[in-house]
Design a binder for this molecule. Sequence first.
Ligand SMILES: [Zn+2]
Length: 85
Amino acid sequence: MTMLDGNALAGDLREVFATDVTAALFTCRGCGHAAAVATLHMWGPAPGRVARCPQCEDVVLRLVHTGDRIVLDLRGAVRLEIPLD
Ligand SMILES: [Zn+2]
């Protein structure tokens, strides 16, 4: 096995972020509930979007537009399963 730097992930991550992630399955860190991202309960948009688990209401995802970038915090999800077209 060879260690490479994060640049080796460019192709795979481009594929992940070019898809409709609302169809992806998240697994909640708080309760283990697994369902489509589209089922999250979302608040926002200002100052950022906060999406909570429909089962336990823990925060699963935060997304903030800062003007020149998007900050995505997924610490409330232990897994994100993204179907490929
Ligand atoms: Zn939950």
